[in-house]
Design a protein around this ligand. Sequence first.
Ligand code: SME
Length: 162
Amino acid sequence: MAEHLQITQGTKEEIYQSLLPQIEAVLTGEPDLIANLANITAALKEQFGWLWVGFYLVKKTVDGNDDELVLGPFQGPIACTRIRKNRGVCGASWQQAQTLIVPDVEKFPGHIACSSLSKSEIVVPIIRNNSVVGVLDVDSELLDQFDEVDKVYLEMVVEMVE
Ligand code: SME
């Protein structure tokens, strides 16, 4: 594994094309989920400088009667620990089992503002055996920062997670 991430400049596509093989290399041969998710958040945060990059994983509620999203490895300001299904952008992405791009979080009904600095957001579900096992959530301090390019490449990133 390389000791340092090679930071790339160029178009967003070029950046992802340089970054993805590096992430793949870091994950190769490492079966530990938390370690791999942690390195993915670090690589994305270091390359793009987004406000917040992190995972929420589907786990049991505290009373054990239901499932909810529980905060996993992330980079950025402290965040909400638990999110119920269909709550906020993360809960909606889980419910719909699809990537959601939100250009202006204030216009998303039910958006959960973990940080008032967050202005736009993309949430990518991790789908295994036809069910969502977690989501990758990325927040930006700027409006309208995410598009189809991010969707395509971030979906590839979550595919790398074992
Ligand atoms: N904004 C998210 C909650 C997670 S934080 O942004 C880290 C949402 O609405 O689901």
